[in-house]
Design a protein around this ligand. Structure first.
Ligand code: PPS
Length: 571
């Protein structure tokens, strides 16, 4: 176990001739468009990163993994790797069917021979795999399971036709066999792997350098660039940071490779899974912390997993995993000695400096100093580029309320005020205007309203991500759809929900467009507030009622809210 295994591991790709024949056949097979997570899983299945798996789990393997962390034949495997699909797709698929697996551009990457089709017990999966006794949507994988994953699972072996092509950082992406060959060529017999989803600062550089020195091994920084925890620093920024830190290590002993893994944040089980994946990538040692791949706090503010579990579980299965665990030493800066030292080796009475993740984010957000002892100037520069002060970031103001409540009028006034202030481009996505240009084919059924709002949300999220201001003013009557839009936008900036809470009686009294009258007469069907529901927002950033205030005043209240949130600077 302490010497690296350089022999190639099995991949699931078929020969180029077989691939070309299979591709022709696959044109006639039912096609499944892989989600981002499934595409990541497929890549590691095909290139041997998930060895010994030969495809997406069968029902027997799935049940055994969920309950016992093992495949049905007893092999240690902690994570369910499943192909979740919609009920409508599953309807036409029976065991024995071959299906084509396509990436988001429609390229056929693999063919899967379906052997199993079943409806999983998601509650059990959530509890067993992602935290016993919990069914909490604050856990990203549980949220995925209940809100994104299809209802039906398909299992069966996979034949790989071609790997997915990545255009970013191509030179830094390596398959398990490429790494094994490289280690062999370089004569690296021991390789310590450090897994991360965060930028590296001085403390990490110290801890990884020490870990490699103590194990008398080479070091591979192996960050995850597939899917990490929502809200993490994007991988483009992180990789630029890693490249900067790489210069701080001795060049001949350290390397950087990117891993296209979709993390689940499953804590202890995930640590074991990561260890197996690293064994496949030629590692002999793996750095594991107590809270490895932790999902953070649950919605009661309590840790999902006990703090010691990841290391304990890893140690218990170390032999089967096939890599040795190296303790993730918590490093802190000792001011008197001007150096990093392991926190558990420090005597009392010295000054220990530390900056938490939350504090770092606050300093970045507010443009405050980040000291040299904490990070490298090159890293800080990249992070600052990625997170300009809030007053320079994009955001979305999302008005919601009944027809005639005053959404459009306030939105127009707000737009003009923001344009007067200047600095960022402003786009107004008004309900009526959107329905004319973007959603002209849609009516007012629940389904159509949801499509309409999601379109608005998508455009707003793109504007926000690119540093602009989007102002939206649809009715948006459904809580769940508004929440979905919030999630989309918040990936790239702030989302400010304004409930224009003018009561129905007042809207109807004004009846500016004469629609309420028609709705009462039954001439317009499904009219919000009359014959269709409006679910009031429970916790909007701001609520305004235009019954007794004028438009200018309402728009000014919104501006004050934006200022309070640090999104604009009022003079
Ligand atoms: S939604 O529910 O968010 O998709 O609606 P939205 O895109 O904002 O469109 C609302 C405007 O369409 C007019 N209109 C109706 N509203 C509600 N229900 C029905 N059935 C309906 N039919 C037409 C109405 O003028 C709304 O404009 P506003 O600006 O809200 O008054």
């Amino acid at each position: 176990m302490t010497a690296a295994n350089h022999t190639p591991i099995p991949e699931l790709f078929v020969s180029p001739e077989a691939a070309s024949a299979l591709k022709d056949e696959a044109g006639n097979m039912p096609s499944w468009d892989l989600t981002q997570r499934q595409a990541c899983d497929l890549e590691l299945l095909m290139n041997g990163g998930f060895n010994p798996l030969k495809g997406f789990l069968t029902e027997a393997d799935y049940n055994s993994v969920v309950n016992d962390m093992r495949l049905a034949d007893g092999t240690l495997w902690p994570m369910p790797i499943t192909l979740d699909v919609s009920e409508s797709f599953a309807e036409g698929i029976e065991p024995g069917t071959d299906i084509a697996l396509r990436d988001q551009e429609g390229v056929i990457l693999a063919v899967m021979s379906v052997t199993d089709k079943w409806i999983p017990n998601k509650k059990l999966e959530a509890e067993r795999v992602f935290g016993a006794g919990h069914d909490d949507l604050a856990h990203p994988a549980i949220n995925y399971l209940h809100n994104s994953a299809g209802k039906v699972y398909l299992g069966g072996p996979v034949k790989g036709l071609q790997p997915q092509i990545h255009y970013d950082f191509r030179g830094r992406r390596n398959t398990p066999n490429e790494l094994r060959a490289m280690f062999k060529k370089l004569g690296w017999r021991k390789v310590v792997v450090f897994q991360t989803r965060n930028p590296l600062h001085r403390a990490h550089q110290e801890l990884t350098f020490r870990a490699a020195r103590e194990a008398q091994a080479n070091l591979m920084i192996h960050p995850v660039v597939g899917m990490t925890k929502p809200g993490d620093v994007d991988h483009f920024t992180r990789v630029r940071c890693y490249e900067a830190v790489l210069d701080k290590y001795p060049q001949a002993t350290t390397t950087l490779s990117l891993l296209n893994l979709a993390m689940r944040m499953a804590g202890p089980r995930e640590a074991v899974w990561h260890g197996i994946i690293r064994r496949n990538h030629g590692a002999t040692h793996f750095i594991v912390g107590r809270d490895h791949a932790g999902p953070g706090k649950n919605s009661q503010g309590v840790d999902f997993y006990g703090p010691y579990d990841a290391q304990e579980l890893f140690r218990k299965h170390e032999d089967e995993i096939g890599v040795k665990m190296v303790d993730f030493k918590h490093m802190v800066y000792v001011q008197e000695r001007a150096q990093y030292e392991p926190a558990d080796e420090i005597e009392e009475g010295v000054t220990v400096l530390n900056i938490s993740g939350t504090e770092l984010r606050r300093r970045l957000r507010e443009g405050l100093e980040i000291p040299e002892w904490f990070s490298f100037p090159e890293v800080v520069k990249e992070l600052r580029r990625n997170s300009p002060p809030r007053a320079q970031q994009g955001f979305t103001v999302f008005f919601t309320g009944l027809s005639g409540s005053g959404k459009s009028t306030i939105a127009n006034a707000l737009m003009v005020k923001l344009m007067e202030m200047g600095g960022r481009p402003v786009t107004l996505l008004d309900g009526d205007v959107v329905r004319k240009h973007l959603s002209s084919e849609l009516g007012f059924s629940k389904e159509h309203r949801d499509i309409n709002i999601k379109r608005i949300g998508y455009v707003a999220s793109e504007i926000t991500k690119n540093g602009g201001i989007a102002i939206c003013a649809p009715i948006a009557p459904y809580t769940a759809t508004r929440r979905a839009v919030r999630e989309m936008v918040e990936a790239g900036g702030a989302f400010v929900e304004i409930h224009v809470a003018t009561p129905l009686e007042e809207c109807e009294r004004r009846d500016r467009k004469g629609l309420y009258k028609l709705a009462r007469e039954g001439k317009i069907k499904e009219f919000t507030g009359i014959s269709d529901p409006y679910e009031e927002p429970k916790a909007p950033e701001l609520r305004v009622d235009t019954t007794d205030i004028d438009v200018d005043n309402a728009a000014h209240q919104v501006l004050l809210k934006l200022e309070q949130m640090g999104l604009i600077g009022l003079r």
